[in-house]
Design a protein around this ligand. Structure first.
Ligand code: S3P
Length: 199
């Protein structure tokens, strides 16, 4: 079989160096914190946005796994959700105190009142809002989410939407996540950020 080279899609530029610098300066020590349900694209978008803005990227779930020395699935199974939530709160507070980053948070993080307050003090929150079908299609690709290991994961997602969307609504910026190129979503986030930061 001949070699097939997968065409590499380079991360296209969505803002100029001067715009990125202006955003970094306006943020100072504040972080950009991505919130939203599982499957909203917080990690995928956050990673790319960090690259565009030359700000370090942090993934709160990865940091929790590192701190615990085990996967989120194992934390849920062996220690329970409460232990996970406590760890999540501590890790996010520490990361926010460490200085400016683009942070992807787990879907439940922003539901915690202390975390929400901390994000309000040290960050700009961006809710990646998505509809149920898109979220379900995306989360169905992997089985790494303990909350969705149930008979009817779509119904669970729906009830999480009902419970969480009124709270996510408090985020500083809301951008509709949908199946369009990542660059389009990033462009919308950057435009909203510039407006929010008065640039
Ligand atoms: C959770 C979302 C997950 C992870 C954990 C719990 C939630 O993160 O933190 O499984 O409560 O919504 P993602 O939103 O990155 O999937």
């Amino acid at each position: 079989m001949p070699f097939v080279f997968k065409k590499q899609r380079k991360n296209q530029k969505v803002c100029s160096k001067a715009e990125a610098r202006a955003i970094r300066e306006a943020l100072g020590d504040r972080s950009i914190v991505l919130v939203g349900l599982m499957g909203a694209g917080k990690t995928a978008i956050g990673r790319r946005l960090a690259q565009q803005l030359s700000i370090p990227f942090t993934d709160a779930d990865d940091e929790i796994e590192q701190a615990a020395g085990k996967s989120i699935s194992d934390i849920f199974a062996e220690d329970g959700e409460d232990v996970f939530r406590n760890g999540e709160k501590r890790v996010i507070a520490r990361l926010l105190d460490d200085g400016s980053s683009i942070m992807a948070t787990g879907g439940g993080a922003y539901m915690d009142e202390d975390t929400r307050q901390k994000i309000g003090e040290t960050g700009v929150s961006v809710w990646l809002k998505a509809n149920l079908d898109i979220l379900f299609e995306r989360v169905s690709r992997r089985d790494n989410r303990p909350l969705l290991q149930t008979e009817n994961p779509k119904a669970v997602l729906k009830s999480l939407m009902d419970e969480r969307y009124p709270i996510y609504q408090q985020a500083d910026i809301v951008v509709q996540s949908r199946n369009v190129p990542h660059e389009k979503i990033m462009h919308e986030i950057i435009s909203a950020l510039k407006k929010y930061l008065n640039i």
